[in-house]
Every structure is written in C-alpha cells, then in structure tokens.
Design a protein around this ligand. Structure first.
Ligand SMILES: *Cc1c(COP(=O)(O)O)cnc(C)c1O
Length: 384
C-alpha cells in the first residue's frame, strides 16, 4: 500500500488525492486554521471529537486514535501483555506491519495461508498454525486476521476457532475501515480492531495516523496510557512502559472533514469496482466479495498467469497507466522472517497469489472515461 504514484499530467494517478483535495476545498483549510488558532497540537479537542465520530461510525464503544496503523496493532499487543514465548498467527499474504509488530513485542509470528477467492486468512491453516506453535513449545495467544484490499476476513470461522483455541482476535483493518459483514461494520466485530489513516488508505489523513476500536473499556484505558509513554495518573508517573504514539491534532482535524464524505466515497469505489468487473471478468480472474460482506476497495486486484502479469504491467506503463503488485513476496518467503515458523502444509496459496496478482488504479474520483481507457488497455494488451 505504500505507493503514492505521482506521475506527469498525461498519466493516470494510481490514487488521486488531488481530486479529493479539490472537492474538500475550504473545509480542510478552515479545519487546519482552527487548530493553528488554538495551538493545542497534541491531544487537542479535535482528537476527542474524532474518536467519538469514528466510534459512532463503526458502532464500537471505544476508539483510541494513535500515530499510525502500525502503532495501533502494537498498542493492542502491548496492552494484552503479549511477548516472549507467545505465538501470534498472521496470514503470510499481507503487508509487513502485520507480522512486524508481533516480532517487535518479542513474540513469535507464525504464518498461515490465505483463501484463494478472498485473499484472506484460511481458518483451516490457522488451526494448523496453532498446532505448529504448540509443537515448538510456544503458547498460541492471538491471531491477526487481515481484511486485505478492503474486504473483511471470515470472522465467523475465525471466531469459532479462536474460541476453541483461546486466541485473542486482533483485526488488522488497515485497508478496510468502513467495510462490513452483514449489518456490522469492522470495528464492532472483533474484540479489537486496528486501522490506518495513511494517505493511500480508503480513509486517509495528510500524514500518518491510526486507531484502535474495542468494546472493552479496560483495554481502551490501558491503550490511552500506552500511547502517552505509559502514563499513570499524570505524565510523570509511569504506570507501564509505553510509546510516543499519539495522533496529531492537525491530522484529527483533517479526518473529521474527510469522514463527512467517506460514505459517499465508499459508494463511488463500489460502483467503480463493479464497472471494472463487468469489463474484465471474461479475460482475467476478477476479485470476489464473500456473501454478506462488503469491501471498501482499497485495491482492485485481478489475477492472471505470472508471465502475462508482468507483460501487462509493462504494456500499461507505456500508456501512462500505473499498476502495483501487492504483494510480490509473501512474508514467510522474506529474509527477515525466515526464522519464524509456518503452518504445516506451508502457504502455497500465498505463493501463487504473489505471482499472479496485479492491482489497477482505484480511487473514488476515477471517472468513467478514464476507467474505460484502463479497461480497454488491459483488454488490448491481453489480446482480447
Ligand atoms: C498500511 C498497513 C498497515 C500499517 O499502517 P501504517 O499506518 O502505515 O503504519 C498495517 N497492516 C496492513 C495490512 C496495512 O496495509
């Protein structure tokens, strides 16, 4: 996700933050000016206001904002006391931050495979990962399902298994804030949900930012302490080892304005995803959304045989159409994670997806003419 393609004027942007900026106009300038007037740059009034609005938006009791999506994941693991000797199961087909935080708190990430149609954690592989962890003398403590590309993981199957294995479920919704399962939004589904407001995510600020959602008051209280160096009754009485992990007031002010148009942007992304699928489903494998779930389409990701994938990327680049491969190397294949275990049976689906996936430009301001140009270019370069 960490690519903000900036291209010349003839090129199509991969994500068009400038178009959104034009739409927001003065409202963003005014919101920033208000912060510049009151000068409460750290944990100012906008931070509290945003937390209340985000919690209401997704139906969670508590929202604790923080400095990034990575810190959001960290805060939960730290608050749950997860560390040395503990195993935390992560899908292998995800961004590095999902597993990085596990290693950072001194616990062991154990990799599991994903399901082919949704790219999300496979509950059967999760079970095998728990068995592997135990065999290695580790205590399986938590699982971090990822809602990849904007679509919720299969929380029904995962919750059932988490209950029998006594795992805490931490949802990595960095790419999927706003998505839902049935009539529940992410944030209200898992015991804790972490999200990111990195500019390229579906709801992004103008820098780094993140949040954790939970119904657990005690967990929220501990995370509010952890994000301010583990403060106790005040900043100078330490209650625990913590972080400098707060969200800036300026970012909160920006997000309050962006949240107002977010439902409309989600609708636009859904419409654009439907048009892509209508134009491409006869020539490539288009993404599928599970029954009863909705996606916020952080990415629109198609699949095709690897040699054709790389040729497609080159052909599109020549026509000023950027693409991206999320993710070219599954985590269990990366050098930095080579000493960590993997579920029995490995992660063959993650390996296959890494060879076959390619994401097309996707944002709420992609107009139909531009989208048709992209669809035509894909069809033409695949000989359709
Ligand atoms: C972006 C992302 C993160 C990290 O969020 P930051 O705000 O960049 O720290 C974590 N997990 C996934 C799946 C992501 O895509």
């Amino acid at each position: 996700m960490n690519q903000l393609a900036r291209l010349d004027s003839a090129s199509i942007p991969f994500i068009d933050l400038a178009a959104q900026r034009r739409r927001l106009g003065r409202s963003i300038d005014d919101a920033i000016a208000r912060v510049l007037d009151h000068c409460q740059f750290i944990l100012g009034p906008e931070v509290r206001a945003l937390e209340a609005e985000l919690a209401a938006f997704c139906g969670a009791r508590h929202c604790v904002t923080c400095a990034s999506g990575t810190d959001a994941l960290m805060l939960v693991l730290m608050a749950k006391g997860i560390g040395s000797g503990d195993a935390v199961i992560c899908p292998s087909f995800t961004f590095t931050a999902t597993a990085e935080v596990v290693a950072l708190v001194g616990a062991t990430p154990v990799f599991a495979d994903v399901e082919e149609p949704t790219f999300n954690l496979d509950a059967r592989s999760l079970q095998r990962a728990c068995a592997m962890a135990r065999r290695l003398g580790l205590r399986p403590k938590a699982v971090i399902p990822v809602d990849l590309f904007g679509q919720p993981a299969d929380y029904k199957s995962i919750a059932a298994l988490a209950e029998s294995e006594k795992l805490f479920v931490l949802d990595d919704a960095a790419q999927a804030f706003g998505a839902s399962c049935g009539n529940q939004r992410l944030g209200a589904i898992a015991p804790a949900t972490a999200t990111s407001f990195f500019p390229a995510k579906p709801l992004g600020c103008y820098g780094d930012g993140g949040a954790v959602f939970t119904d657990d008051e005690e967990l929220a209280r501990i995370m509010r302490s952890l994000r301010v160096h583990g403060e106790g009754r005040d900043k100078y009485e330490g209650a625990r080892i913590g972080l400098n992990g707060r969200m800036d007031t300026l970012q909160a002010a920006v997000l309050i304005e962006k949240l107002k148009i977010f439902p409309d942007e989600i609708t636009a992304r859904e419409r654009i995803a439907r048009r892509y699928s209508a134009g491409l489903s006869d020539i490539v494998t288009v993404p599928t959304v599970a029954d009863g779930a909705s996606s916020v389409w952080a990415q629109y990701t198609i699949r095709l045989a690897s040699c054709r994938r790389d040729a497609l990327a080159a052909a599109l680049r020549q026509q000023g159409i950027p693409t991206a491969v999320y993710y070219p190397i599954p985590l269990h294949r990366q050098q930095i994670y080579r000493d960590f275990p993997i579920a029995e049976g490995g992660a063959p689906v993650s390996e296959r997806l890494a060879e076959e996936v390619i994401s097309l430009p996707m944002h709420a301001y992609l107009d139909e003419v531009t989208q048709d140009r992209i669809i035509e270019a894909v069809r033409h370069s695949l000989g359709a």
